[in-house]
Design a protein around this ligand. Structure first.
Ligand code: MLT
Ligand code: ZN
Length: 477
């Protein structure tokens, strides 16, 4: 049974971590006790900010010995409340943000070793400085950190060609729930010594240990890139376009954007403007890399337009315009957040089924819930969209979400499960989707997950109440 931290334990932690690494100041802790979407408000007995791996080990050892829960946190950009403690204030928030060094970059091995608190932007910059690149990107790149990206098996807008974090992590270092350090940074290409324990921590959301560093795979720098904004009629046309491009060009990104999402961005994000003159129900943002990318993309889009697959398209004339196109895509979440509450779903179905799913599931949802409007956008080529449902007029959106949100979510998730899909394609489970994971999850997989959790974290101190059913905090006195 977990316990609140005693004054003696807090005193030990304070003495060990010093003023930069320990605080109980409510104002300093406050921003880190709310998730990015503002859905959860947690409490913590103290905020611990270790600057070295041995400090993380000492924290975990002390907390294991005292049965005190730990909530690891990186950039606090979780979409599912994965890094927010519960409201009891009996756990300790562990920020990895001071553990932020890029330890090494090897151009020969195409590997970069970064600590958990390094942001994705820092990793991008370090890779570029070595003449290479790290091919994972997402809107929160300035705040999302390596530890969080690993722990959520983050996806983003380049999964199509390079995969999720699972494909990009070559090795890991972590502090296990015992406080022991797991050194899996060696990044061996071949290693058949049984279970890949380090890789279990990818996507584990801090429930099996605290990731302290990762060896990340780099790829050659892009000589040139071409970015296009395309207007088309429906998701089926978008998929037809993707199929035409695949195999013909090095497609890095292929993002689907409905007119409704673009309108939210244009309304709420300053300095944005629509790339195309006319009105289109759907858009795709395409990025192709390679020395001939601009010519290739222009040719393929011209043929697609002549064949009636797309309605209109424009190629970014320069890097500034390419960035402006990407801003329209990367700020959809931010624009949605400003626009107000919505029932958000991060779903995947088999790639080929996605266009039909978007159209049919949106129609079914809007029919079932009067006044509801679906905005489905995102990673079409990965079979993953963010299927968000807004209800009623903006003034009533909060009430609608409180009264109807859970039912909407069950409805959408049932449609996803009927397609053999996933209720969490890239955001993880956190606390937001735990009940739905229990309701819809494969019992065999869930049982294995629970058994692994119990075996590696028998005292249940690591991020309780997230990802693994039955781990919420039961605090004794
Ligand atoms: C995205 O693709 O923009 C992110 O996953 C964020 C979101 O779902 O809102
Ligand atoms: Zn996404």
């Amino acid at each position: 049974m977990l316990r609140p931290p005693s004054d003696a334990l807090l005193g030990q932690l304070e003495a060990m971590l010093g003023p930069k690494g320990f605080t109980r100041d409510v104002e300093i802790m406050s921003p880190w006790l709310t998730d990015w979407r503002g859905r959860y408000r947690g409490a913590s007995a103290a905020l611990l900010s270790p600057a070295r791996v041995d400090e993380v080990q000492a924290i975990v050892r002390l907390c294991a010995a005292n049965d005190v829960a730990l909530v690891p946190q990186g950039g606090n950009s979780s979409m599912v409340g994965g890094a927010t403690p519960d409201g009891e204030g009996t756990s300790l928030l562990v920020s990895l943000r001071r553990l932020d060094r890029v330890r090494s970059v090897s151009a020969d091995d195409k590997l970069l070793v970064a600590e958990a608190g390094a942001t994705l932007s820092t990793v991008h910059d370090a890779a570029v400085a070595a003449g290479l690149r790290f091919p994972l990107s997402l809107g929160a790149k300035g705040s999302a950190t390596v530890g969080g990206l690993v722990s959520t098996n983050a996806g983003g807008t380049q999964v199509l060609r390079h995969g999720t974090m699972r494909s990009l992590v070559a090795g890991l270092e972590a502090v296990m729930p015992s406080g022991d350090r797991l050194d899996g940074l060696a990044a061996l290409k071949k290693d058949n010594r049984g279970y890949d324990v380090a890789r279990l921590l990818i996507g584990a959301e801090g429930t099996l240990g605290i990731v302290t560093a990762a060896a990340l795979r780099l790829v050659p720098a892009v000589g040139a890139r071409a970015v296009a904004w395309v207007g088309l009629e429906n998701p089926h046309a978008a998929m037809a376009l993707l199929r035409r491009l695949e195999g013909e060009a090095a497609v890095e990104s292929f993002e689907l954007i409905p007119a409704t999402a673009l309108a939210l961005v244009l309304t709420h994000i300053p300095g944005t403007r629509a790339p195309l003159g006319g009105e289109h129900d759907w858009h795709v943002l395409i990025e192709v890399v390679g020395s001939r990318s601009a010519d290739e993309l222009r040719e393929h889009l011209a043929i697609a337009a002549a064949d009636g697959v797309i309605a209109d398209a424009t190629l970014a004339a320069n890097e500034a315009q390419a960035e402006a196109f990407w801003k329209l895509r990367d700020t959809i979440s931010e624009a949605e957040r400003i626009a107000g509450p919505a029932a958000k779903h991060d779903v995947s179905v088999p790639v080929a089924a996605m266009p039909r799913f978007i159209v049919d599931a949106a129609a079914a949802t809007e029919t079932r819930f009067a006044g509801a409007r679906v905005i489905a956008f995102g990673h079409l080529g990965d079979g993953n969209v963010h299927f968000n449902v807004r209800g009623l007029a903006d003034a009533d959106a909060g009430r609608w979400l409180r009264d109807t949100g859970a039912e909407v979510t069950r409805f959408v998730h049932d449609l996803v499960m009927a397609e053999g899909g996933s209720i969490s394609a890239e955001h993880g489970i956190g606390q937001l989707k735990l009940a739905e994971l229990e309701r819809t999850g494969d019992p065999v997989r869930l049982a294995a997950q629970i058994a692994i959790k119990r075996a590696l974290d028998p005292r249940g101190i690591m991020n309780p109440g997230k990802l693994v059913p039955g781990t919420s905090i039961v605090v004794g006195l």
